[in-house]
Design a protein around this ligand. Structure first.
Ligand code: ZN
Length: 87
């Protein structure tokens, strides 16, 4: 199950995608024109994720799933490594 972490890069927001991995399998960067993913759409999942994250007050380390639901936080306890959530 893919997991996503939104973070603020040096200049732009980034969405890092993990797939039960320790390192990101993809990183989507945001520019003035929007997300850098192939969809190049203002309404892609990553854009919605960044907006949801900003609305939540830009909490550090929040992990989202494919449905943009908060599933974990890498700083306050990693549920990602809990096998119960993978099923
Ligand atoms: Zn995107």
């Amino acid at each position: 199950m893919p997991q996503y972490i939104v973070r603020k890069g040096k200049y732009n927001y980034e969405v890092a995608k993990f797939d039960d991995t320790d390192t990101p399998v993809d990183v989507y960067r945001f520019h003035a024109r929007g997300c850098s993913c192939p969809a190049r759409s203002k309404s892609c999942k990553h854009t919605k994720m960044v907006n949801a994250w900003k609305r939540a007050g830009s909490p550090e380390g929040v992990v989202y799933n494919d449905s943009i639901e908060e599933i974990s936080n890498i700083f306050t306890g990693s549920i990602i490594s809990d096998s119960s959530i993978r099923r």
